[in-house]
Ligand binder design. Structure first.
Ligand code: NI
Length: 138
C-alpha cells in the first residue's frame, strides 16, 4: 500500500478588467464617502494577478497534483475569457447585483473554480494593485 502525499500547487494567471465601485443601495453622498475616486462614473482599470491554489494527493503514476494541461483551459474558460478586457459591472452577470470589489471578485472566482474536477480548490488570491491583495479560501 503506498502512502499518498498531499501537496498543493499554485498557478498564476493575469487578466485586465475595468470596474466602478458604486452601489445603488446607497445615496450619491454615501457612495462618494465609501468609494471615493473608485466610484468614477467612467470606471477605471486594473491589471489583476490571480493565483489559484489546488491540493490533491500526488498521483503516483504521473507524479503530479493536477495537470496544468487540464487546469489552464478550465481557468481560461471560466475566468479569463469572461473577465479579461471586460467592464465587470456590466459584462459579468454576477456584478449586476453586487459591487465588483476585489473581495467580491475573489468570491466569484472561487465559486467558478470550485467546480474544477481534478483537485480541491484551496485558495484564490487576487492582486489588484502592487499594494493590495485579497485571499479567499471558501
Ligand atoms: Ni479599482
Amino acid at each position: 500500500m503506498s502512502r499518498l502525499l498531499k501537496l498543493s500547487l499554485t498557478r498564476r494567471y493575469r487578466f485586465a478588467a475595468s470596474h466602478r465601485l458604486y452601489s445603488p443601495a446607497f445615496s450619491e453622498q454615501e457612495n462618494q464617502r465609501l468609494y471615493g475616486k473608485c466610484g468614477n462614473p467612467y470606471g477605471h482599470g486594473h491589471n489583476y494577478i490571480l493565483e489559484v491554489t489546488l491540493s490533491a494527493p500526488v498521483d503516483p503514476q504521473t507524479g503530479m497534483v493536477a495537470n496544468l494541461g487540464e487546469l489552464d483551459p478550465f481557468v481560461e474558460r471560466e475566468i479569463l475569457e469572461p473577465f479579461d478586457q471586460k467592464y465587470l459591472n456590466e459584462q459579468v452577470d454576477e456584478f449586476r447585483a453586487s459591487v465588483p470589489t476585489a473581495e467580491n471578485l475573489c468570491r466569484e472566482i472561487y465559486r467558478r473554480l470550485e467546480k474544477f474536477p481534478a483537485a480541491r480548490l484551496e485558495r484564490v488570491r487576487i492582486e489588484e494593485t502592487s499594494n493590495n491583495s485579497f485571499e479567499y479560501a471558501g
